[in-house]
Write a protein that binds this ligand. Structure first.
Ligand code: SF4
Length: 371
């Protein structure tokens, strides 16, 4: 028989975990770092001071470790004995900094330029492309000088002369949504582009913390996208991210708020019953979206670099990702590095299948690219 003796009540340190278990999906998936490092210069900005006050508010024991650092590009002394532990600890570390480089990199095929709102993300997806680009600095960085970042975007739009809209990608080197309740950066970008007729903004996420975006006047100039995959891929290779149901709910909220929305299907693995699995995924997408949704579809097949493979094997020693070279071709990527991709014939089959799924199950949606 169950008695009071068997019921474990949460101690002070456990209470937050209990609250998170019972919270809404958005609250449950908002990033809660183990430590927050502040670049000293970040405290010259309102967002930096606000976050400092938030995270240094003393609890007993302190909920989060905080310290000042000279630069957000030089973070040392993070815990972790093995590469896998170090990676996990880095992903639990939030660095609050000032973004100094305001020359935005190109961002093909999804946009004209990257808009640096965040670098990295708390997720632990095995195949993450950031395994290559962030190398030994996978910790999560946010930037307090959002006004300066947006002003630089405005200058690029003005310089283009208004002949065609200039598009900015807010998720090129990270996922801005798990930290959105802390930064409000995506909301600021949405409002900024709503007032900029020749500018367009887009971001993509796997996380549901979009509550602060739903009531905004977006002017139809922001496309909010969600990354989806089959439940089997999510279960096997995504870690620390919400499941498919939460992602579908999130894109449904955004579509109901009138945003142009999008789905990014990535990475597509050509294995097993892939045609059938992705057909089922598209059927679920169709049910999740209100009729008449302005929808785009992007498809990215699985690819990896030699550097990413090394990192993946160190950080996820149990991985079952297909990382062999037998059925791949080596191709040069847009930033010059070599990557292993599926052969062109197979990519053509994938493209044909997703074109057909889009036509038949999501009529009116635009398949933007399949690479
Ligand atoms: S959610 Fe996206 S950015 Fe974050 S780890 Fe996964 S693939 Fe990388």
């Amino acid at each position: 028989m169950l008695t009071a003796r068997h019921i474990r009540r949460p101690g002070p340190g456990q209470r937050k975990d209990v609250e998170r278990e019972t919270a809404s999906p958005a609250a449950r998936w908002t990033f809660r770092p183990a430590r927050v490092l502040f670049e000293e210069a970040a405290l010259d900005y309102e967002m930096g001071r606000r976050l400092w006050d938030l995270f240094t508010r003393r609890e007993d024991p302190p909920a989060v470790e905080t310290r000042l650092i000279p630069s957000h590009n030089r973070v040392t002394g993070l815990p972790g004995g093995t590469p896998a532990e170090a990676y996990r600890e880095a992903k639990r570390t939030l660095v609050v900094g000032v973004r100094r480089g305001l020359d935005f990199a190109p961002c093909r095929p999804s946009a004209d330029y990257q808009l640096p709102l965040v670098t990295s993300c708390p997720g632990l997806c095995e195949y993450c492309y950031l395994q290559t680009t962030l190398g030994r600095r996978p910790y999560v960085r946010i930037y307090v000088n959002i006004d300066e970042i947006l002003a630089a975007a405005g200058r690029l739009v003005a310089a283009a002369g208004g002949e065609r809209p200039v598009t900015f990608e807010g998720a090129a080197v990270g996922d801005p949504i798990p930290v959105e309740p802390l930064t409000g950066a995506v909301a600021r970008a949405v409002a900024f582009f709503a007032g900029l007729p020749a500018g367009r903004f887009r971001f993509v996420t796997k996380f549901p913390s979009v509550e602060g975006l739903l009531a905004l006047d977006h002017g139809g100039r922001t496309r909010a996208r969600i990354t989806v995959n089959t439940p089997e891929v999510i279960r096997e290779h995504d870690h620390g991210t919400p499941g498919l149901e939460t992602r579908l709910e999130t894109v449904g909220w955004l579509a109901s708020a009138g945003y142009p929305v999008g789905v990014m299907v990535a990475p597509v693995f050509v294995r097993g019953e892939w045609r059938e699995d992705y057909r089922t995924l598209f059927e679920r997408l169709r049910s999740a979206l209100p009729p008449g949704t302005d929808l785009t579809v992007e498809v990215v097949t699985h690819r990896f670099t030699a550097a990413a493979r090394r990192n993946i094997r160190e950080r996820h020693p149990e991985t079952r990702l297909p990382l062999g070279e037998e059925d791949r071709l080596l191709r040069q990527g847009q930033f010059g590095y070599l990557k292993y991709v599926y052969p062109p014939g197979l990519i053509a089959e994938v493209r044909e299948h997703f074109a057909e799924l889009t036509r038949r199950l999501l009529p009116g949606a635009v398949l933007e690219y399949c690479v």
